[in-house]
Design a binder for this molecule. Structure first.
Ligand code: GDP
Ligand code: MG
Length: 436
């Protein structure tokens, strides 16, 4: 983890009592490597670290009480600024307001269209979805299924092979049926090709959208940047949707795309379920890129999807560094209700590693619950009081091994330390603002 590496680097520096620009340079290099590991384009990473270096020297990082933390905070701020600072709203002007969805095949356009429709509908607005993928009949069905699921009408013309016409007819239909927002899902190809670009350009010209969103799979790493550039040159889109952030991708593509096309990322998608759509917050993504997890998004999602009071209670405990195994168990159970444990667990600081270690699927999740269930309520609150003989009993009671119990306790402890660090950052700086 980046932070502990930095802490260590600085400890050595201080011990030597020789603090020079060269030492900072070495640390900066470490940061740059961490960024490129997270899929950030090399040039972008270099720009970031050059500015970080300047700020670090400026803000006297080397004589700070916790130089590593201050350093990471500076990096976090720099990344946040680079991604635009504030969350950018979607522009829904016009009657009806038209949103055009573009991107390669498989990037997640159709899924996102459904999610966006659901999101807008929940705000009490009348939405129409339009199936403009004329190449795959299955694409129309896919959108229809999603539309049904979220309760939004889907406009399609299965026999019409003219995407421009379909889009225009859909808008007339929207006016007739009093729809205020029209979301046009389009076809994509496996790679950018001229015919596809022309088609989407023509659709755009014909329907004059107030918002054109480019959807891109974050797992494609550096390719995502090139594709974004090509689409932007032709379509001059208004914003980016980053999908599949529930996977291994660490979100570095977000940084590079923003830097290369100068367009804001507006939404991120973290799963196949219709609920898994989040507004893109640059500061949260910066934390995620730095490997600190995205607790706030996780808590928000929990609040949306299920018990508000419970989520608020847990959120408060996290902030007071009182998060315990009871809360953990309660979260596991709530998360399980949503069906996609893996997506969500990855958002908890320190959990990414745990998920990996366990090679997680639903079945391998059972031991964790069994272990926690075999603890007494007191032990769940204060796991540090679990001694060797209790470990043995818990292992017996849960049908696991002592090693498994020890591992869980260790990982839970790491997770709590990570939360504490995040809380300290939030208390001390910019992050505090967004918690309000
Ligand atoms: P399109 O070809 O651009 O319309 O892409 P689709 O919406 O059909 O999505 C392609 C595949 O990616 C489907 O299997 C989706 O379920 C999946 N998918 C879309 N968004 C996400 C996401 O955020 N996370 C994950 N894990 N899968 C996604
Ligand atoms: Mg599609």
């Amino acid at each position: 983890n980046l932070q502990s590496k930095l802490d260590k680097a600085f400890k050595t520096l201080k011990g030597q009592g020789r603090i020079t620009e060269i030492n900072v340079a070495a640390t900066v290099k470490e940061v740059r490597r961490a960024l490129t590991d997270a899929d950030v384009n090399y040039k972008v990473a270099k720009d970031v670290t050059d500015r970080v270096k300047e700020k670090a020297l400026d803000r006297k990082v080397l004589i700070a009480v916790e130089p590593g933390q201050l350093f990471v905070k500076i990096v976090q701020e720099e990344l946040t600024d680079l991604m635009g600072g504030e969350a950018q709203p979607i522009n829904l002007k016009g009657d009806p307001a038209v949103v055009l969805i573009a991107g390669l095949q498989g990037s997640g356009k159709t899924t996102f269209s459904g999610k966006l429709a659901s999101y807008i509908k929940k705000q009490g607005r009348n939405v129409l979805l339009v199936a403009c993928d004329i190449y795959r009949p299955a694409a129309i069905d896919q959108l229809k299924v999603l539309g049904e699921q979220v309760g939004v009408e889907v406009y399609s013309e299965p026999d019409n092979k003219n995407a421009v016409q379909i889009a225009q007819n859909a808008i007339s239909h929207a006016k007739k049926t009093n729809k205020k927002i029209v979301i046009v899902d389009t076809a994509g190809r496996l790679a950018v090709d001229e015919a596809m670009m022309q088609e989407i350009e023509q659709v755009k010209k014909a329907i004059n959208p107030s918002e054109t969103l480019f959807v891109v799979d974050s797992m494609t790493g550096q390719d995502a940047v090139n594709t974004a550039k090509t689409f932007n040159d032709r379509l001059d889109f208004d914003g980016v949707v980053l999908t599949k952030l529930d996977g291994d991708a660490r979100g570095g593509a977000a940084l590079s795309i923003r830097a290369v096309v100068s367009k804001p990322i507006k939404f991120m998608s973290t799963g196949e379920k219709m609920e898994a759509l989040d507004v893109f917050y640059p500061d949260r993504m910066a934390s995620r890129i730095l490997g600190m997890g995205d607790v706030i998004s996780l808590v928000e999602r929990a609040q949306q999807a299920f018990d508000d009071d419970e989520a608020r209670r847990i959120n408060a405990k996290m902030r007071k560094n009182q998060f315990d195994f009871n809360d953990f168990l309660s979260q596991l159970q709530q998360i399980k209700k949503m069906g996609n444990i893996k997506d969500l667990l990855g958002m908890i600081p320190g959990m990414g590693k745990m998920v990996k270690d366990l090679d997680l699927d639903n079945a391998s999740f059972a031991p964790i619950e069994a272990i926690i269930s075999s603890m007494t309520p007191k032990e769940r609150e204060r796991p540090d009081m679990i001694d060797k003989s209790r470990k043995r009993r818990i292992a017996l009671g849960s049908g696991t091994s002592e090693q498994q119990v020890t591992n869980l306790l260790k990982q839970f402890d790491e997770m709590r330390k990570m939360m504490k660090k995040m809380n300290q950052m939030q208390a001390s700086g910019k992050l505090a603002k967004m918690m309000k």
